[in-house]
Structures are given as structure tokens and as C-alpha cells.
Design a protein around this ligand. Structure first.
Ligand code: ADP
Ligand code: PAZ
Ligand code: K
Length: 240
């Protein structure tokens, strides 16, 4: 059994895979990461683990994990199942490396655009020959709501809500429209531009805001909230 740890900028996800299938996943806090890992190793008899981090996790915690399980720390040195054409591979987020690895595994011989709507929204394009080129990074839904509140005097901090109208007629509806509908428009517009260049493009949507966005896009996409975890499991398996 494989233990998977994904440290994002908002949440830490921990999961267990048995023969390529997800059998457990949950979000945890960074304070109880070691306790959780011990619990899951014992419960599921995990032998190997992988950790990917683009967020804050202490080196001492990673050292503790090394002491209790055979752990791969995903870095720009790790062997990956695709050709990386990003011009700055050392600064590429390890979450994006995992997403591209999932695309290669689950959609081999396809051109794929992976959209991860998490703290940030990342776009990653990989072609049918397993070449990764790059994509785009924009602010995530929560970050958009928070920044409107933080950088103005008058705008309230709201909980995300989808509203389907063109003209917002109150402060709240203008914010919801600008943020959620604006994000949907951004995503649809990127997909349309990629589809103009690729007649046959597979699009995958993942990340914490998948549910809010998936069935509101005009484009047809595959929604897969566990795509990143699948990618980390693929990299772990590839390196064992
Ligand atoms: N229960 C939740 N806790 C935190 N964020 C959530 C939750 N449900 C939805 N979200 C949304 O998901 C985003 C975080 O997604 P996630 O994929 O976990 O991010 P990351 O991998 O960057 O940590 C938040 O910015 C927020 O918009
Ligand atoms: C863009 C990101 C901040 C996204 O992080 P996330 O939303 O998954 O928490 C992360 O992939 C990262 O730190 N990237 C480094 C820059 C790059 O990928 O080029
Ligand atoms: K992301």
C-alpha cells in the first residue's frame, strides 16, 4: 500500500492507494501530519510513501517521516514519467509535476489540459508524446474573494456563491459575479483557445473548487478531485 501526502497552500491531503486504487483520503492540519502518518501506516500497512509540497511544512517533520517509512520527497531531481520542456524546471511547482504525471498515466497518447482550481488556478498542457510545455497561473476563488476585501476599504469578505446573471445589482452580487462567473469565463476562454490549436483535447478539472465550477463550464471536461493524488501515486510507483 502506498501513502500519499500533498501539501498545498491551503490544505494538506493524505491518501492511501492499494494496487492503483484510492482506498482512503482526508484533509489534515500540518500540526498532526506525523501522528496521521503513523495512524495510516498502522491501519493500512503502508510500505512506501511520497510527499509533494508547495506549501509550508517544516524540514524536521519531513525528517520524522523519513524515520518511519520509505519516503520519496518529490523534487526537481525525482525521476518523472514525462519530458519536461518548462524553461525553469527548478521553479516548477511539484503539485504541477504530479498533475502532469496523472495526465500521462490516465490519458496516454492524448493532448491534455489540466486545470487545478485550488489556492491558485493552474493550467498545465501536455501533448500526446508526453511532452510538458507549461500553462498559466492565476488567483484561486478564495484568493480572489480575500483580495477584494483586503485591498479595498468597502468590500466585504463573502463566502463563495454562484450567481448566473450578467448584471450584478448589489455589492454582494457584483462580487459573486466578478469572482465566480469571472473565473468560469476565464477557464472557458482558456479551454477555447487551447481547443482552437488542438482539435482533440482532453480537459481535466481538479482541486478544491472542482464542485463549484465543473457543471457550470460551457466546455465538456472530466472532473476528477483526486487527480493530483493519482499523479503522486504514479510517480511513487514509477520510482519503486
Ligand atoms: N473545506 C474547504 N477548505 C478549504 N478550501 C476549500 C474547501 N472547500 C472548497 N475550498 C476551496 O478550495 C480551495 C483550496 O483547494 P485545494 O485544492 O485544497 O488547494 P491547495 O491544494 O492549494 O491547498 C480554496 O481556495 C477554496 O476556494
Ligand atoms: C502555482 C502554485 C503556487 C499553485 O499552488 P496551489 O494552488 O496548488 O497551492 C504552485 O504550483 C507553485 O508554487 N508553483 C511554483 C511556480 C511554477 O509552477 O512555475
Ligand atoms: K492549484
Amino acid at each position: 500500500m502506498n501513502l500519499i501526502i500533498d501539501v498545498g497552500n491551503t490544505r494538506i491531503k493524505i491518501a492511501v492507494f492499494k494496487k492503483g486504487k484510492l482506498i482512503h483520503s482526508e484533509s489534515i492540519t500540518k500540526e498532526n501530519i506525523v501522528i496521521k502518518v503513523v495512524e495510516l501506516i498502522n491501519k493500512f500497512e503502508c510500505r512506501n510513501a511520497i510527499i509533494s509540497s508547495v506549501g509550508n511544512i517544516k524540514k524536521t517533520q519531513i525528517s520524522k517521516l523519513h524515520a518511519i517509512i520509505n519516503l520519496i520527497e518529490l523534487t526537481s531531481e525525482t525521476k518523472i514519467p514525462f519530458i519536461n520542456k518548462y524553461s525553469t524546471p527548478k521553479t516548477l511547482g511539484m503539485d504541477r509535476v504530479a498533475l502532469v504525471s496523472a495526465a500521462v498515466k490516465l490519458y496516454s497518447n492524448k493532448n491534455v489540459l489540466v486545470i487545478d482550481a485550488g489556492t491558485c488556478i493552474t493550467y498545465d498542457y501536455i501533448n500526446m508524446n508526453s511532452c510538458y510545455f507549461g500553462g498559466a497561473i492565476s488567483p484561486g476563488i478564495q484568493m480572489r474573494y480575500k483580495s477584494l476585501n483586503k485591498f479595498t476599504k468597502n468590500l466585504p469578505l463573502l463566502e463563495p456563491k454562484y450567481t448566473n446573471q450578467l448584471i450584478g445589482q448589489s455589492t454582494d452580487s457584483c462580487i459573486h459575479l466578478g469572482v465566480v462567473k469571472g473565473t468560469i469565463n476565464e477557464i472557458d476562454s482558456f479551454i477555447n483557445q487551447y481547443r482552437k490549436k488542438n482539435k482533440d483535447l482532453t480537459v481535466v478539472l481538479t482541486g478544491g473548487d472542482t464542485k463549484l465550477l465543473a457543471n457550470r463550464l460551457k466546455n465538456s471536461i472530466f472532473a476528477n478531485p483526486i487527480f493530483l493524488l493519482e499523479g503522486l501515486n504514479a510517480i511513487l510507483t514509477y520510482n519503486l
